[in-house]
Design a protein around this ligand. Structure first.
Ligand code: NDP
Length: 270
């Protein structure tokens, strides 16, 4: 295992109370960074905080309730990080979820909601944390966004999410170009299916699976087979987190405006 020391650096992870965000927060803490996470649901945040403090008793950890779509919440979150840690070196824009709908059943309002979520979950935190990233003394200021392979390979049953993901890929490229002269790197990961809170909820909401008493493991295995995932399984949150960690830290110091595919081989393009 490569040991990478981030003592003195500060990592901010939006949507850090579950799934990929929580696994990413753990990696940063393991490496000695101070970490701030946010989410909307207080009980979920409390559970995450308890787990992180149990695992890392000496952790420099800030846990805040913040909806990344709420400008006031986001600016209060950035102020809390500034007050507690005085800096931000790495921002991971992870908060969000996907929307399952075809063109036929996506209303105007649903389109607006989805576009707002995908764009503003990046725009708001980026804007709020930029002053601290600009001032980061570590020489490793970076932003990493969790994006989806849908950006390059749309799915009919996730039409709004796919379309928004493609736009966000362009936004990330533009941000990378605009911020490169300031030595702030901007990258993303393109994930396929990663087992996490949202997939657990989909299993629970699958009436057929529940009626048949199909366990989570069996349900996930069957879906991976149906979706022809070459590696034969869903990804694990820590696998997405490792790619985020690489792109956030100086391990990828000469990489910007780029992305890593973490999809188990689902991408069809060369
Ligand atoms: P989880 O549901 O496990 O985690 C999502 C996290 O984001 C939670 O902490 C949630 O907390 C938080 N969150 C959601 N909306 C907001 C919001 N508006 N403001 C602040 N926090 C928010 O799912 P994942 O770990 O899978 O999701 C992480 C990211 O990966 C998401 O952006 C998702 O769209 C993306 N993704 C995931 C895929 C997968 O297969 N898992 C596939 C493609 C993309 P709370 O709800 O309490 O706010």
């Amino acid at each position: 295992m490569i040991r990478f020391d981030l003592t003195g650096q500060v990592a901010v992870v939006t949507g850090g109370s579950s799934g990929i965000g929580l696994a990413t927060a753990e990696l940063f803490l393991q490496a000695g960074a101070s970490v701030a996470i946010c989410g909307r649901d207080a009980a979920r945040l409390e559970r995450a905080e308890r787990g992180l403090r149990d695992g890392f008793p000496a952790a420099q950890l800030l846990v805040a309730r913040c909806d990344v779509l709420d400008a006031i919440d986001v600016s209060a979150f950035a102020s809390a990080v500034q007050a507690r840690f005085g800096r931000t070196d790495m921002l991971v824009n992870n908060a969000g979820q996907g929307r399952i709908s075809t063109f036929a059943d996506t209303s105007d309002e649903a389109w607006r909601d989805e576009l707002e979520l995908k764009y503003f979950s990046i725009i708001r935190p980026t804007r709020a944390f930029l002053p601290m990233l600009r001032a980061a003394a570590s020489g490793n200021a970076s932003i990493v966004c969790v994006n989806s392979l849908l950006a390059l390979q749309p799915e009919l049953h996730m039409v709004a999410t796919s379309s928004a993901r493609a736009g966000v890929l362009s936004l990330i490229k533009s941000l990378a170009s605009e911020l490169a002269p300031e030595r702030i790197r901007v990258n993303s990961i393109l994930i396929g299916i990663v087992e996490s809170g949202q997939w657990r909820r989909r299993h629970e909401a699958d009436e057929q699976a529940q009626a048949a008493g199909q366990s989570w493991d069996d349900w996930a295995r069957e879906l991976a087979r149906k979706k022809n995932i070459p590696l034969g399984r869903f990804g694990r949150p820590e696998e997405a987190a490792q790619a985020l960690f690489y792109l956030a830290t100086a391990l990828s110091s000469y990489t910007t405006g780029s992305h890593i595919d973490v999809s188990g081989g689902v991408a069809r393009h060369v």
